[in-house]
Design a protein around this ligand. Structure first.
Ligand code: FMN
Length: 193
């Protein structure tokens, strides 16, 4: 059966480098895998009232329900994110918060997760990635330990067709996807046992 990977891009910008990276990395998954960007732009800002059974006049937005169902149906998730003010962009934090409720049915729970961060400077979104890992640690999401993927100077990564031009970077990212896929396979086996 085909395995599904939800790819979440931590940027809403039209020309986002994170999105360009995500589009490339999606093509590195092996046969039997389907990786797709799950859009987070239209998720209303997280408000616990929507999930609070005691608040009866604010029903759960359909965008929350759709997003949670998509994540729960996935076999793994891949975050590709920018860095804003030394942490993850608000759109990504919002999506994480939405997936984290209700407590009895957390969409992220135990889901294998890959993380790629980037920045236009040399740090590769280090602080963003560390903050993302901190949030995800709450949900027991296994993630490839090494290598960590920090892509610096992201505007220089692409050729004129938005493909990643450095063979070394492509190999590095392909290897990371192999590791993520191994983790997804192991997790799936564990779930079946
Ligand atoms: C509000 C804001 C805050 C930013 N903060 C950081 C930062 O803390 N570290 C960093 O490396 N770049 C920072 N940047 C620059 C972004 O990394 C850069 O705009 C990048 O292209 C955004 O990613 P994207 O191309 O995927 O949209 C910031 C940009 C904005 C708009």
């Amino acid at each position: 059966m085909t395995k599904n990977i939800s790819v979440i891009v931590g940027s809403l910008r039209r020309g986002s480098y994170a999105r360009k990276i995500a589009r490339q990395v999606i093509t590195y998954f092996p046969n039997g895998y389907e990786a797709q960007i799950v859009e987070i732009r239209d998720l209303p800002l997280y408000d616990f009232d929507y999930d609070d059974p005691e608040v009866t006049d604010k029903p759960t937005p359909k965008e929350y329900t759709r997003f949670r169902e998509t994540i729960k149906a996935a076999d793994g998730v891949l975050f590709v994110t920018a860095e804003n003010n030394r942490t993850i962009p608000a759109c990504l934090k919002n999506a994480i918060d939405i997936g984290s409720k209700p407590n009895i049915d957390v969409a992220w729970k135990n889901l294998p997760a890959g993380i790629i961060s980037h920045s236009v400077g040399r740090m590769g979104g280090y602080s963003s990635q560390k903050n993302l890992r901190l949030a995800l640690s709450y949900f027991d999401m296994p993630s490839p330990g090494q290598p960590e993927v920090f892509l610096g100077q992201s505007p220089t990564l692409f050729d004129d067709q938005d493909r990643i031009s450095s063979e070394r970077t492509v190999e590095f990212l392909r290897d990371y996807i192999v590791r993520l896929v191994e983790l997804v396979e192991t997790s799936a086996k564990r779930t079946r046992e």
